[in-house]
Design a protein around this ligand. Structure first.
Ligand SMILES: NC(=O)C1=CN([C@@H]2O[C@H](COP(=O)(O)OP(=O)(O)OC[C@H]3O[C@@H](n4cnc5c(N)ncnc54)[C@H](O)[C@@H]3O)[C@@H](O)[C@H]2O)C=CC1
Ligand SMILES: CC(=O)C(=O)O
Ligand SMILES: [Mg+2]
Length: 627
């Protein structure tokens, strides 16, 4: 007998239980439902599927999943053509289902005998994997476990990651990804992504054809020169593009077949790696000047040639090149720098939420930024743009910033400053003032850490800040956790529980005076997946400042009333897939308005832009595989 599980205006989902107990799902025209059947179901059992909030996934796998993590699902998952059969399927993580192949599939694809006889459905596979994940001794072992899963079965990997995103994001991403990069040589199992080195010069364009996908949509590229706050890690920085792209799929719903992690190996200045007999990159010092630039240019040209529509995300380039590389390509090609622009948009969103918490607009904040590198200056520039939106002039806004580097306050007395540093350099205070003296002098309302200097937000500095401001906004944003400017517990202790806090890497809940506080994570992971999804969906020709501003606004709007009541300034990571969809929707709208969407969405009557974008998101379900 058929059971009704949901209806839309036109369609109805039903399921039937077979004699063996397995469930089969059917999608039918609603009008074709047997009238008697409809009449006999009590109305309360008929759950109307709101088209954006549909939680029922019609799994080819016979499981009625009701995970709220995959909220936006396609109603129908067509079969997928693998272009291969037999053992080649089992060895391809994009099509492999491990013990999950159905009997018909085993026959169709010549798999009989190549996989164990008993089939475990996806739900059982996930339960088993999650248990094994929990049994791994430490975060590094957990990370190896997940990357091995990704190497053999991407569908299961992404399903597990999405279902446990709050617990697993810190493993595939910061902070554990930092450890992975530091130990890249010993955790390396098999290659993922592409390496373009100084030894490959003049061959980048033909090399692009070694990559099997003709339709790459997102590339994350690093030159390994500044990996998180861990310095120059050369090709070992590959962990970062891999981790970022895992979030592109888990949070942003970008198809994992269509992403490409890249390291541009321009050498390394890391003395240990230069001497390490097992180092896997080029053992020469970093290329400089024209040699470096021609390598970047060859890479960008080769991308344009092979995948003209691909989005290139520049990641963890040291500040001597980051802003210049972005400036050279941002008007020519679809690209953005995550550390400068993604972080800028993220911090703007968090700052606006914090301003609402403390009931003082951004234009009235006095902001000390510790760190004058790409991230510190990118954030300062974006916050300044936010102040312009609130009516300040450029000069008025500029006066509200105090940028500090490792020597202290940056002033116009310095020489050899970058243009960004020159813009923010003060003219009214002594050069190289210490953080504590600066806090005493200017009584900042907001303190942002992008310095990778562990402990730089000292007890003295935070206590001093709290003397002058009722609710100091304190964001130690450096990654990984080991280099954060302070911990959440320290910030609450030293400001007597008054601070509004967010950290770059996740930190545990804080207890202060018998009250517990949820710690917000301020990380560009809330922006880049949505920006990437938007660029892919609407065929954006470039990433504009307005698109990033739209992303920041959408992120601010994602806080739920409960999160605001908890004092959070960022949504919980468990909602990151919904957040990314909202960010993408706002960005697509902006791109269309600005006329830079080459493939503007064609939306069915009665549907929304958000539904349209949701329908384009990758969902990790087992689709029927055909050769
Ligand atoms: N939460 C997030 O989403 C993001 C966090 N970051 C983090 O920001 C940090 C910096 O990144 P970048 O700007 O790209 O690096 P960078 O190397 O370009 O800049 C670091 C800056 O910090 C300054 N600095 C070093 N020691 C200092 C000290 N003791 N006191 C004050 N300033 C000091 C340096 O002079 C330099 O200006 C990294 O740890 C990175 O992980 C970067 C991007 C996003
Ligand atoms: C989050 C990030 O992009 C960084 O720490 O570099
Ligand atoms: Mg980064």
């Amino acid at each position: 007998m058929a059971h009704l599980v949901g209806v839309t205006r036109k369609f109805a989902w039903t399921f039937e239980k077979s004699s063996s107990g397995s469930l089969r799902y059917f999608l039918s025209q609603r009008a074709m439902l047997r009238r008697a059947f409809v009449r006999t179901r009590p109305l309360s059992l008929v759950r109307t599927i709101s088209s954006t909030r549909s939680i029922l996934v019609p799994y080819e796998d016979d499981i009625a999943f009701s995970s709220d993590k995959i909220t936006k699902v396609k109603k129908y998952q067509p079969p997928v053509r693998a272009g291969k059969r037999g053992i080649d399927i089992v060895h391809d993580p994009l099509y492999n289902k491990g013990t999950g192949f159905k009997e018909v599939e085993k026959d169709r694809l010549g798999l009989r005998g190549l996989v164990p006889p008993r089939r475990l459905n996806m739900k059982t596979q996930l339960e088993k994997l999650y248990r094994l994940f929990q049994e791994e001794a430490d975060p590094l072992r957990k990370s190896i476990f997940l990357s091995e899963l990704q190497n053999r079965n991407e569908t299961l990997f992404f399903r597990l990651l999405i279902d446990h995103i709050e617990e697993m994001a810190p493993v595939v991403y910061t902070p554990t990804v930092g450890q992975v990069c530091q130990k890249f040589g010993s955790v390396f199992r098999r290659p993922r992504g592409m390496y373009f080195s100084s030894a490959d010069r003049s061959q980048f364009a033909p090399m692009m054809y070694n990559w099997p996908c003709d339709d790459v949509q997102v590339i994350v590229v690093t030159d390994g020169s500044r990996i998180l706050g861990l310095g120059d890690l050369g090709v070992n920085g590959m962990g970062i593009p891999i981790g970022k792209l895992a979030l592109y799929t888990a949070a942003g719903g970008v198809d994992p077949k269509k992403v490409l992690p890249v390291v541009l190996d321009a050498g390394t200045n890391n003395e240990e790696l230069l001497k390490d007999p097992y180092y896997m990159g080029m053992q020469h010092r970093r290329l400089e000047g024209d040699d470096y630039w021609s390598m970047i240019d060859e890479f960008m040209r080769a991308v344009r040639h092979r995948w003209p529509k691909a989005l290139v995300q520049f990641e963890d380039f040291s500040s001597d090149h980051a802003a210049d590389v972005l400036a050279a390509y941002r008007l020519k090609q679809l690209c953005f720098n995550d550390d400068i622009q993604g972080t800028g948009a993220t911090v703007l969103a968090g700052a606006l939420s914090a301003c609402a918490q403390v009931d003082t607009p951004l234009r009235e904040q006095r902001i000390v930024v510790l760190g004058a590198g790409s991230a510190g200056l990118g954030v300062s520039t974006t916050l300044l743009q936010g102040m312009l939106q609130e009516g300040l002039t450029v000069e008025e806004a500029r006066q509200r910033f105090y940028v500090v580097d490792q020597f202290g306050l940056m002033t116009s007395e310095r020489t050899n400053m970058t243009s960004g540093q020159t813009f923010f350099a003060r003219t009214d205070l002594p050069d190289k003032m210490s953080l504590v003296d600066l806090v005493k002098e200017v009584k900042p309302t907001m303190l942002l850490g992008l310095s990778a200097a562990r402990g730089a937000f000292t007890k003295e500095a935070l206590q001093e800040m709290a003397k002058h401001v009722a609710q100091p906004i304190v964001f130690p944003l450096s990654n990984p956790t080991a280099v954060a400017e302070c911990t959440a517990q320290e910030a609450y202790d030293w400001t007597n529980g008054t601070c509004v806090f967010a950290s770059g890497s996740p930190m545990p809940q804080v207890n202060f005076n018998g009250k517990s506080y949820i710690v917000s994570q301020c990380n560009n992971m809330f922006i880049f997946p949505g920006v990437g999804l938007a660029a892919v969906v609407c065929g954006a020709s470039r990433v504009t400042d307005r698109m990033l501003y739209a992303a920041a606004q959408a992120l601010t709007d994602c806080l739920s009333p409960e999160e605001i009541a908890n004092g959070q300034v960022f949504p919980s990571v468990r909602n990151i897939r919904d957040v990314s969809l909202k960010v993408a929707t706002s960005v697509v709208r902006c791109a269309v308005e600005d006329g830079i969407a080459t493939n503007p969405p064609e939306i069915r009557r009665g549907a929304s832009l958000e539904e349209y974008i949701a329908s384009k998101m990758f969902v990790p379900v087992y689709r029927s595989v055909v050769e």
